[in-house]
Ligand binder design. Structure first.
Ligand SMILES: *[C@@H]1O[C@H](CO)[C@@H](O)[C@H](O)[C@H]1NC(C)=O
Length: 217
């Protein structure tokens, strides 16, 4: 009886150890290939997991910008793109952001986020609107305009050339997607505060202020 109990206990402990394995901590900031702004040496890091074709992210963006503007001197902000498969051109938008980051001027990628997260531009890339468009149609007719609005130094032709031939634009985007999957991100927007994922409770400026001010003390 005791032996049987021990065997069951060992099996239970072993399986719980195995089931914990996927949630072992994965270094976030240093290798995550995110777009970073704010105070790089802050003890407080906010990771934001966003999708550029996501209406929930569009709705949150003004608040997320205010949070950044309030805390840019005291908090490090990492933005990670997690293009969800049910947003038809989300990967294209994420890859374009990486292309702007690699080939535009410093900070242009944040202009790109601001331009993509407007109601009128999101309305151009809804699944229902782009249903009959090809990848190249969307890239040439829609996204290249977002890019030239975001970056003074990147022309539409250069952008299209880099998208076709610079594999770093593609591989950075793949890496960001895989990094999000490793961090158990399953939707957007999601937030990770000093490595702890927060799935809800951050829906107003008061929520963010209470959380950040509490951690900064
Ligand atoms: C796409 O094409 C199909 C088939 O021609 C048509 O029924 C549908 O209305 C089109 N959708 C859009 C958004 O243009």
């Amino acid at each position: 009886m005791t032996a049987l109990f021990l065997i069951i206990l060992i099996i239970a402990l072993t399986s719980s150890v195995y089931s914990q394995a996927p949630s072992s901590p994965i270094p976030l900031s240093s290798i995550s290939n995110s777009f970073t702004r704010g105070n790089p040496s802050s003890d407080l890091t906010v990771d934001l997991w966003i999708d550029l074709g996501c209406s929930d992210c569009l709705a949150e963006w003004p608040l997320l910008k205010s949070v950044y503007e309030t805390y840019e001197d005291t908090v490090k902000f990492n933005y990670h793109l997690f293009p969800l498969p049910y947003h038809q051109f989300a990967f294209l938008l994420a890859k374009s952001a990486n292309c702007v980051d690699l080939h535009g001027d410093a900070g242009d990628v944040f202009n790109f986020f601001d331009i993509v997260y407007t109601n009128e531009n999101q309305a151009l890339i809804y699944n229902s609107v782009t249903a009959n468009m090809t990848y190249n149609d969307v890239m040439t007719d829609i996204v290249s305009n977002f890019v030239t609005e975001s970056s003074a130094s990147l022309s539409a032709d250069d952008f299209l050339g880099f998208m076709a031939s610079d594999y770093d634009c593609e591989s950075n985007t793949r890496y960001q997607f895989k990094n999000a999957a490793l961090n158990q991100i399953y939707g957007t927007p999601m937030y990770t505060i000093n490595g702890v994922t927060v799935t809800d409770g951050l829906s107003s400026m008061d929520d963010w202020t209470a959380m950040i001010d509490g951690l900064l003390q």
